[in-house]
Ligand binder design. Sequence first.
Ligand code: GAL
Length: 331
Amino acid sequence: MKKQHKFRLFVQLVLLVTLFSAGVSNVKAQNTRTAIINGSDYTDTTGKTINAHGGGFLKVGKYYYWIGENRHDNVLVSCYRSTDLINWEFRGDLLTRDSNPELANANIERPKVVYNEKTKQFVMWMHYEIQTDYSYARAAVATSDNIEKPFKYLKSFRPFGNMSRDCTLFKDEDGTAYFLSAARENYDMMVYKLTDDYLDAKEHLLTLWPGGHREAPALMKRGKYYFMITSGCTGWAPNQAKYAYSKSIKGPWSELTDIGNATTFDSQSTFILPIEGKEGTSYLYVGDRWDGRQYFNSKYIFLPLNFQNEISMTLDFKEKVTPDLNLGKIY
Ligand code: GAL
């Protein structure tokens, strides 16, 4: 072998080794994030962008699950899991266009899942529209006995005949579950109590802020009070979030109070995740930073909610957020 040729081979080998180890350390870095970086491209443990928009969270055993909208190819709802709320592992697609003929040309938004102890089923409620038509305004329901496995799509409908768009699901400490959704062209926010199996709306409990145009509801309970965050109605464009509190889901609910800044830090609420640890419980606001022109470019915002007293809370922006699941704190 000529000397020059040998040298070239040697240089190629060095280059290959360098590229390979850079790749390995890159994967390693993705596997070991130490904080959530708000507004960044949030990737899963394999380096792929997380697709879980308008999502909800649920703790099952030692895992937190993040379930949300994925509009790639024929996927509608995807599932990720984490043990630290920072590094997320993709676990599978829960609903696709093939799950049911009704889903073939559907748009599924804001899926939320709770577990029913009596039926041993995970129950998903979501907002159902047809891809080319935003006037279906229905709720839809699906179930599974395994949170990581495909759900069985059951039906879409309008609870008590009411339009049903932006929505959330909330399971109370006593096992009663509630579905909240924007009705009457998003003028009213409805609160429904679910049947014991969580598959139907049993009672229309109340109509909140009639004519108030609130959407993107997220509900939590802290001490004696329930808190609800909602956004205004400006499509994909962010606006001022507001919150209300009440001693009972049935109300009376307080007036709406501004929270965060005028654009809620360029986000729209989707969920409030309680983090229970040795030193108490903290509450993580989760919002979508939508990109209306390029949906897939939409990002996520995670921020700690700060409480001044039993009925007052605030939201400040932080670029880096680190939940401490052991202590129940958010840094
Ligand atoms: C938002 C809503 C989103 C999506 C969007 C469509 O107001 O919160 O979930 O429906 O409108 O324009």
